[in-house]
Design a protein around this ligand. Structure first.
Ligand code: FHN
Length: 588
């Protein structure tokens, strides 16, 4: 198998040198993708045959990781190919599921970490055409179906991990880890020619979704990005190509940032807990969570890539299809509040939901219906019209003062939400959307101060910083602190809460730090403890942990400062102070 792989690879490596160089402005490359905002991820491979069970035992973790989890020898795992026969696969049906959900692109695993090519590859016989009884190339069907439906076809490709090849990374049970030279050989003889096949044999490709760069060198990442752009100048390269060389950033799995992100970005999200099909994973996210995650991601200026894991027969699980159909129903009415939108122009989140924007338009996504009145502070522009996308025009009034111009917008709403998942109100704005950039108290009288809106004072050598979601990570030194400035319009007594989060991927949480919070020159101190959990609107898996810190009183409207300083962080903490926000909540 090896000789054949390498010989063919050398032949396949030749034509690229002769290709004429065309250049495309990276901004132009991103246009369709930022317009799309919503795509389908498909994890499909021979791991769907065991579907999460090995030797009659359930295997924990992700379905597509079964080979690694159970340390299945290559020779045994390879045999799964002979049982993989997706006779029910119908490309048009899959594409229709994506299209009806409102998705505009489809990113499918052409080769995952197990090294098995899900397309007809001449580089290695370890592929769906040569090694399975199916003997067909489903990517050809998908390329044609996507063309017919106007959906962009994109390929996932695992460029570093390949558990099938001795020189690929990750299989430590059959092989030893490859040396840089050995990896280079694998990279030149499998990765480069396979990526070339994907970009040569299936028509126009929207993007290549590289994954887990691990120890790939900067030069190798660059060469891959260049190869993609050379073969298809308009094709995007995902953030996980490594070394920050992608056309856009990729958030961590199931991660949605808390604030707007400057670079174009995308989050990959599972519909249940796994990517690749597992027969015992029934933890399906309700359509409401999906709609709200989609809107939340758009409100941070990002794309939402929602995964389905078809079975070994080629069927997208009905639980996924049902949920996607419900999202699609919502998108038919509210799609204009997602497609081509930009991030929330306010620096903070509003208490009732999220905001997306377009030139001259704001979309208020109301998740928590406030009753008959919804108030928005800080919009400086004049509103010309307000309309529920699912219904009628909405009456509104704008408060104005001499110093600041428009300060508060009040919308008169029906008593009940029109859509329990997300009712969207579109505001037409005269001219440019202008907002007050300061952090301020919200109409529900709370003040929420997230790390990214404060000044972080770091001690020399400190690694503390907000992670890709905006949650503090590696805050393990008591010398680091954060400072905010905020406006209060409705003075009173406030409970001070510290909101913290599980570390990324739900890996854990450290309490027990002693902190002091100073608000308007009043200090409260306390222990970071689990005084109750709260839904994390961006990620239902990891609820926030609330620590109650005490009470402060603010007598007058005005601008105040707040600081969060640790008094003591126990040594040896793994996660440290995972701060999401300091919050003031009106005292009862
Ligand atoms: O290890 C993979 C995993 O199997 C899956 O493909 C996800 C999708 O984003 N990416 C890697 C982990 O981040």
């Amino acid at each position: 198998m090896k000789t054949c792989l390498y010989t063919l690879a050398l032949v396949a490596a030749l034509p690229v040198l002769a290709q004429p160089q065309k250049t495309v402005d990276p901004q132009q490359r991103l246009e369709w993708w930022t317009e799309a905002r919503f795509g389908m991820f498909i994890h499909w491979g021979i791991y769907t045959v065991p579907a999460g069970e090995w030797n009659g035992q359930p295997v924990r973790g992700l379905g597509e990781w079964i080979m690694n989890r159970s340390k299945i020898p290559v020779r045994d795992y390879e045999k799964l190919a002979t049982q993989f026969n997706p006779v029910k696969f119908n490309a048009d049906e899959w594409v229709a599921v994506a299209k009806n959900a409102g998705m505009k692109y489809l990113t499918i695993t052409s080769k995952h970490h197990d090294g098995f090519a899900m397309y007809g590859s001449k580089v290695s016989p370890y592929n769906i055409v040569d090694a399975t009884p199916f003997h067909r190339d489903p990517m050809k069907d998908l390329a044609a179906a996507c063309q017919r439906a106007g959906i962009k076809l994109c390929f996932y490709y695992s460029q570093t991990q390949d558990w099938h090849e001795p020189n690929g990374v990750g299989n430590t049970w059959d092989f030893k880890e490859p040396s840089p030279l050995e990896f280079e050989k694998y990279y030149n003889e499998k990765v480069i020619p396979q990526v070339r096949e994907l970009l040569t044999n299936y028509g126009p490709i929207g993007l290549i979704w590289f994954d887990t760069p691990r120890n790939i060198t900067q030069e190798q990442s660059q060469k891959l990005a260049d190869l993609v752009h050379q073969l298809q100048p308009t094709c995007l390269v995902s953030g996980r190509v490594g070394h920050g060389l992608g056309d856009y950033d990729s958030a961590g799995d199931n991660q949605i940032s808390m604030g707007a992100v400057k670079r174009p970005w995308e989050t990959p999200v599972t519909l249940n807990d796994t990517w690749g099909f597992k027969k015992d994973d029934h933890n399906w996210k309700p359509a409401q969570v999906l709609v709200r995650q989609l809107a939340t991601t758009s409100s941070r200026g990002g794309n939402y890539l929602l995964n389905v894991g078809p079975t070994s027969e080629g069927v997208i699980p009905p639980e996924s299809v049902e949920r996607l159909a419900e999202v699609g129903k919502w998108m038919k009415v509210n799609g204009e509040a997602i497609y081509g939108t930009s991030a929330n122009p306010f620096p903070y989140d509003v208490p009732w939901g999220v905001i997306t924007s377009k030139p001259g338009r704001l979309y208020l996504h109301v998740f928590r219906w406030p009753g008959k009145e919804l108030v928005l502070y800080g919009l400086r522009s004049k509103v010309q019209q307000a309309k529920l996308l699912a219904g009628a025009l909405v009456r509104f009034a704008q408060k104005e003062d001499e110093l600041n111009g428009y300060t508060a917008l009040t919308l008169s709403l029906p008593a009940q939400p029109l859509d329990p998942n997300d009712s969207v109100i579109a505001l037409d704005i005269a001219g440019k959307v202008e907002v007050d950039p300061s952090l301020q108290q919200q109409p529900d009288l709370t003040v929420t101060m997230p790390p990214q809106l404060g000044d972080l004072h770091k001690s020399p050598g400190s690694q503390a910083r907000p992670d890709s979601r905006g949650v503090m990570e590696r805050w393990t030194r008591a010398q680091d602190w954060i400072e905010w400035s905020f406006k209060v319009n409705h003075p009173g007594a406030f409970d001070v809460e510290l909101v913290t989060s599980q570390q990324k991927y739900g890996d854990g949480w450290d309490g027990g730090q002693r902190v002091s919070i100073e608000i308007a020159s009043q200090k409260v101190s306390g222990l970071v403890a689990d005084n109750g959990k709260e839904d994390n609107p961006s990620n239902p898996y990891w609820p926030y942990v609330i620590s109650k810190m005490g009470q402060v009183k603010i007598d007058k409207a005005g601008t105040y400062s707040a600081t969060l300083k640790p008094d003591d962080i126990p040594t040896g903490q793994k996660f440290g102070l995972t701060v999401v926000a300091v919050r003031l909540v009106p005292a009862k």
